[in-house]
Every structure is written in structure tokens, then in C-alpha cells.
Design a protein around this ligand. Sequence first.
Ligand code: ADP
Ligand code: ADP
Length: 229
Amino acid sequence: GPMIEAVDLVREYRMGEERVRALDNLNLTLDGGQFVSIVGPSGAGKSTLLHVVGALDVPDSGTIRVDGEDIGRLTDDQQSEFRRRKVGFIFQFFNLVPTMSAWENVALPRLLDSTPLRRSKADAIELLERVGLGNRANHRPSELSGGQMQRVAIARSLVMNPRIVLADEPTGNLDSHTGQAILDLLGGLAHDDSGRLVVMVTHDGGAASVADRSVTVRDGRIEEAADTP
Ligand code: ADP
Ligand code: ADP
């Protein structure tokens, strides 16, 4: 079946007496092995959608299945467990631990998972090599460029071998040349033989065009889904 299946998703935020429908009966199906961009105006519901898909948030109604699991009614503990097993996250501002080296940042999820240090380090370095940073393993984030920090974050997102990778404005803090290289790397994560799904929220017009599929969110719904040739 599809990697993501969202049916009639509703997520409302209450602000005092006000109610905002961030997701308004949203329907979306995404297959594995694809690089998908989510675009749309500010406040359209893109981040909320990403958070529901990544089990950072739960819908008020509707169903959300990710890799065959219904994640719409999980407890907090079940949500964390699901995220650890299935999801990698990438952010605009990298979210690296500043006091840790590149390899330690990448290895951290494994170390928290009680994987032995030697094994965690070897796997982290292999992932850093995959993103072209094998020679920066001992550098701290402050000693790296923005593009290099995002490569570390991409390596970290892969360390638990997730079925989906969710990226929120991954090129938002990078110049266009560096951003393009990051987009190529993200596309590669979907197009290897893993069957992984990579979903990116972006304002970057160039970003949308390199994706296999671009989906527009407006007023909490999917407006259109056009396949790029
Ligand atoms: P986008 O990512 O497309 O900019 P969001 O998903 O962040 O949109 O927000 C969708 C709507 O939900 C907006 O109207 C926003 O103000 C509202 N919203 C998002 N998060 C919260 C929150 N934690 N509390 C209240 N309203 C929120
Ligand atoms: P925005 O909605 O403004 O785009 P982000 O997408 O950067 O913000 O992060 C949204 C929220 O999700 C943050 O409050 C962050 O604490 C939380 N978050 C992100 N990743 C994780 C994670 N792996 N585990 C727990 N919480 C997370």
C-alpha cells in the first residue's frame, strides 16, 4: 500500500474563543520511493500536516496511516516510539547539538537507543561519508558551513534507517547553490533502493521543481497535485 494515507484529516487549534482549522478534511496519498514537495501560502497548514504525518501531533478526526500503521490515536509514548522507528526529521536551522562533533550529533539517536559506542561511531561516520562529510567527522557545528551543517542533519535523520524523512524548509537558511546540492541529496534518499519517502515543506520555487511530485496546501486542504515530468 501507499506510504502515507491521510483521509479527511481535521486539526483545529483553540485560541481562547477562537478556533482555527489548520487541517480541514485534508486527503492525501503518497507512495514510497518519492521525493515530494509541499508548497502553499503561510498559514495554509503545511507544518501541521508534517507534524501529523511525523507523529508530533494528532488529528482531531480523520485517519492517518504511515507505512501501514494507524498513528491517529497513539499515546505520547507510542508516538515517540513510532518516530524513533520510522521517521527522520530535518529542520531549517539544523537543530544540531553545538557542543557535539558531527559524528556525535549523527550517532546520538543510536547512543540513546543503547547501541554500543564503537558501532554507533562507525555507522555515523559511514553516513557522514554518504553525505560527503567523511573528512569533517570531528568538527563541531560552529566549525562547519550552513550547507555542511545541513548535511550532518541529513546524516542524523538517516541513522535509525527511517521509512520516511520529513524536512521543514531544509534550504530556507542556505544560498541557492548550496540549497540545490541539499535538494539533490534529499532526492537521492528517495531514489536509492530503500523505498523511503522524502517529504519537504518549502517556499523555494526551485525546490518544488526538482521533486517527483509537488502538492499544494491551501486553507487546510490539498489544492492540486501536479506531477512534474
Ligand atoms: P504553514 O506551515 O502552512 O505556515 P501551519 O500549519 O503552521 O501553516 O498553521 C496553520 C494554521 O494553524 C495557521 O492559521 C496557524 O496560525 C495555526 N496554528 C498553527 N499552530 C498553531 C498553534 N500551536 N496554536 C494555534 N494556532 C496554530
Ligand atoms: P515550525 O512549525 O515553526 O515549522 P518546526 O517544524 O521547526 O517548527 O518544529 C515544530 C515542533 O516540533 C517544535 O516545537 C519541535 O520541538 C518539535 N519537534 C521537532 N522534531 C521533533 C522530534 N524529533 N521529537 C520531538 N519533537 C520534535
